[in-house]
Design a protein around this ligand. Sequence first.
Ligand code: MG
Length: 379
Amino acid sequence: MKIIEVRVDQIHFISDMVRDGEFHSHPGKPHDAKQPMLTIVCDNGIEGHYVGPMVKGVIEGGCSQVLIGEDPLFRERIYRRLLQYQRLQTELNERTLCAIDCALWDIAGKAAGLPVYKLLGAYRDTVPCYGSIMVGDDIKGGLDTPEAYAEYALKLVKQGYKAIKLHTWMPPIIPEPSVDMDLEACKAVREAVGPNIPLMLDPYHYYSREEALRLARGLEKLDFLWLEEPMDEHSASSYKYLTENTKLQICGPETAEGKYMTRADWIRFGSASIGRAGALTCGGLTSLIKCLHLYEANGMSVEMHGNHIANLHLLGATGIDGKYFERGLLHPMLDYEVPKPWFTANYDKMNENGDVIIPQGPGLGYEFNWDYIKNNIVK
Ligand code: MG
């Protein structure tokens, strides 16, 4: 099998999401938007697809030179070549590397006639999930007060979610992030959902050590399960300080560069009590597998970052104590169950037990709306 074409199409759609100055998503006025979709075509007719953030120019440029003519099943060889290319080619970011790698896994699954998690070595067909509430905002009817979080969290529990994570307020929504306000929201949610729902917090990412410690100590009292990324993750020492000074579990690193190598250093350093990794920020599934094995070999649990389809397959292929798939982001004014127009169904369907079903189709198992895609490809 050989790769003969690499193409990024842009699918037009009407988005009801806007990004703030820190790139966090919020509901907003409907507007024209484009969703990139990568297609890698093989000489035997198999096509690998991936939908997500990516840089079109670098895929169709330098990366396609690595890919065209190559056997798509040689994922590790392709990954290593792209890794070297990534060193000086800043446009080849982790998200773009992830796009290419995931499309190759899609091809491998289709060639074998298996969903990716079974190709990896399946462990389970469903995984527990938590409802991941979007970053706080100042929208009436949105997530503008601690009470709004509490009301929405209770609604999510009634919908079947067995655990919940909050993202609280950050600039530019509020100019000064506040540990007190975070704790107020967490307290309101704990009181609303009761003692038996595991809760997690992902707050502002640039608190000082002292602020992060005060936040952690407050969350200890509210019996939270973990705290993630309350400080700049480039300081592994700050995370070591935090982990050593609180009984709360600290989960990380999420966004720090360096894939499995950075995670190895965090493990060695004792910078977190729970590991964290995700396909988008680790450069795809090939790299994510290395992170997972690293945590397993060190006797640590790992929580997957984001609602990525590759995270779901990896969770289906591991018995390591990574508890949850992160489902969302969720917001009281948005209906997460309605698929994006390029899909006929969401890939992270939740069953009546509040668990997410691993996609069963060959490859990644996307369920595409090909009519919509064909009719909405734009320049
Ligand atoms: Mg996070």
